[in-house]
Design a protein around this ligand. Sequence first.
Ligand code: SAH
Length: 478
Amino acid sequence: MFDKNRLVKVSITDLSDEGMGIGKADGYTLFVKDAIPGDEIEARITKAKKNYGFARVEKVITPSPFRVEAPCPYHRSCGGCQIQAMSYEGQLKFKEQKVRNDLIRIGGFDEAFIDSVMEPIVGMDDPFRYRNKAQFPFGTGNDGSVITGFYAGRTHSIIANTDCALGVPENEEILKVILQFMKEFHIQPYNEETHKGYIRHALIRKGFASGQMMVCLVVNDDKLPKEEVLAKRLMALPGMTNVSLNVNKEATNVIMGTKTRTLSGEPVIEDTLRIYELGEGVADFQTVLGKEPAGQVRFRISPLSFYQVNPVQTEKLYSLALNYAGLTGQETVLDLYCGIGTISLFLAGKAGKVLGIETIDDAVRDARENARINHIENAEFITGNAEEVLPRMYNEGKLSADVIVTDPPRKGCDEACLNTILSLEPKRIVYVSCDPATLSRDLKILCDGGYRLERVRPVDQFPHTVHVETVCLLTLNL
Ligand code: SAH
């Protein structure tokens, strides 16, 4: 019997969506945290269900060829990186397979067909220190001192670590200033159980091209005692452009509240992304990136707005989206879930006009401002939920589209949104997705509704995590 605490030998053959190794011991399936496909391990069962169980690695008997020494000492306990102990090459292979498997299993596409439309995953040359944004929770350590770092996987206990291997080196100094300030003025971190205390999180962002830094303190009150002292100290750090305070008094897991106030500096930071011309066929980014960019777009980013976290890969991702859109200069383009207008403004130079739809009002304001500072006059933005705005405008006869780009959050597109896309009959649909499962579900609906999947390319926006981004091109069957 496979009872709790029993030691078993397992050959790991696969990786779960959460990044756990999957293997069988005498036909019984086990999910093993920190195990990698190719590992032969001795594992201890931690939870046994009827048909499957969970286990932890007791000893690696034969390491997988994909196993590497992970650089971060916290990678096993921290919830951020699930697959840092896997070689980068292995990670890319796993992500490619995940997209392929979901398209077949959930999307219902034929294997040979998927192999004919899938293009190789776009990886990074240097997959560390790529994140331009981090959100550090604050809490109390065992000795009663204030700590900050990252949540341990699936918990809310904080692992004190101010130097994440995926984040920018500037994070460390900023967090040190905040911790010192809290100590000096006896400012308590927020306590989730008692709902007392002040600082919940610090959101730190860096414009990679501009060098500008933003710190937004998420506080359990409208005001932070001595906030002006902290703002002044943070503003003295190199590149600091925005120090702001976000109010979140709710007893919730959602990090940010809806109200933000600038404490010092500008209300936004800026960044620039380069647009690359990819040409016909499967783009080889080694060659592409050696060439002059075809243009660039400047962005102003508010604390609350979504902005892709990996700017090096984002330039590739958006250039692919532009390439797949196949614009000639005449087209009317819809950019659904447009955020601060990033993709819209990449497309605007090659389109007749672009209309972006986005639910967060601050982001829409940023998008309009971004169009203005880039002297782009053919892009408009509307605040609202895509699944409401789209059907409404369509029914009012106010909508047409030659090309639709959609870039929804993980839950994918709402069915009302997909149905209106189908009614609009654009020649091309470019689907940018951060979740292969919902992508596959939505592609099935679009393909059943008259579209053909032409191209699929995974892009690794999040090295060392299990997440993967995918860009797809669909064309209308004639
Ligand atoms: N295309 C943008 C943003 C993508 S992230 C970029 O690449 O930068 C997804 C965006 O969808 C977020 O900005 C989020 O605020 C927005 N969003 C979430 N639900 C939405 C909905 N129902 N309708 C419209 N926008 C939504």
